[in-house]
Design a binder for this molecule. Structure first.
Ligand SMILES: [Fe+2]
Length: 274
């Protein structure tokens, strides 16, 4: 009933702004990513449109509210809803963020950075193992963008590696986030990528950002991808090999025809990079 096949090549974040337009164009994204929180309770016409997409394309889920870095226990009610959704639509890839978005049971509608400490890596590993057992599938975690650095006793790449070793989860590598953080926190993004092991990475995110000043870039997902980020993506793909790449565009979404032009450009870059 649903499309049976793995993600490969270049995908696009699915948004209701253009979901009706997808079947109208010959050029079609190779796969889509959705936020399950936006779809679990959605019914009616939009649900039917989503199901039409799921019948024709591979789909992955990218969550926003699991808050794996929070000291709060994992929300089992949400996890059950999520598992039912993933199982029903036969979606095997579910990703989340290396961040936290809830504290003492209250949700903050943003992704907050983590202190990269051994203690937190250990605590998060236990939570991630529980989540993977509950969902019956390995999850992927995304390196988040940030505007402040919290003190810790590990580098981010060591923190990621520790959690992957402990739990068998994967990394959703957001190349734009690496670039944004490298400017905000003054490090070499190429050295960061050098430390990423190819086998860690399930897939890659890429998006546009907004440069405010030399050492402040906002991760807006609201403009075209910069050439500096494209260069880092090409370097990444050469270093870690072929991986699926997803174009994220969440804000200031252009007409679908224009978005397809950017998607097409990215698809060519990805094809020619390796
Ligand atoms: Fe991302």
């Amino acid at each position: 009933m649903w499309f049976d096949g793995e993600i490969k090549g270049t995908g696009l974040g699915l948004r209701t702004a253009f979901i009706e337009d997808i079947h109208d164009y010959d050029l079609k994204p190779e796969w889509f990513e959705i936020a399950p929180e936006n779809w679990i309770k959605k019914g009616g016409y939009l649900r039917k449109l989503f199901e039409d997409i799921r019948k024709d394309f591979p789909v992955v889920c990218h969550g926003l509210s699991l808050s794996v870095g929070s000291p709060d226990p994992v929300n089992k009610y949400f996890l059950k809803e999520l598992k039912d959704f993933l199982d029903y639509y036969e979606i095997s890839i579910y990703s989340e963020h290396l961040s936290f978005s809830s504290l003492y049971g209250s949700y903050i509608y943003d992704l907050f950075p983590l202190p990269f400490t051994r203690e937190l890596a250990e605590d998060m590993s236990q939570k991630i193992s529980f989540i993977q057992d509950f969902l019956g599938r390995e999850i992927s975690l995304e390196n988040a963008s940030s505007y402040v650095e919290l003190s810790g006793d590990m580098e981010e790449t060591d923190f990621i590696g520790y959690i992957i070793e402990k739990t068998g989860c994967k990394l959703l590598l957001d190349v734009n986030n690496v670039y944004v953080n490298s400017c905000n926190h003054r490090f070499d993004p190429y050295l960061y990528i050098e430390k990423i092991k190819p086998e860690w990475v399930s897939y890659i995110h890429i998006a546009g950002h907004k440069k405010i000043k030399e050492d402040l870039i906002l991760d807006t997902h609201g403009s075209e991808i910069s050439q500096s980020v494209y260069q880092l993506l090409i370097f990444t793909l050469k270093k870690i090999g072929k991986k699926p790449v997803l174009l994220e565009r969440d804000n200031n979404i252009p007409p679908y025809r224009e978005l397809l032009n950017e998607y097409d450009y990215l698809r060519e870059v990805v094809k020619n990079a390796v």
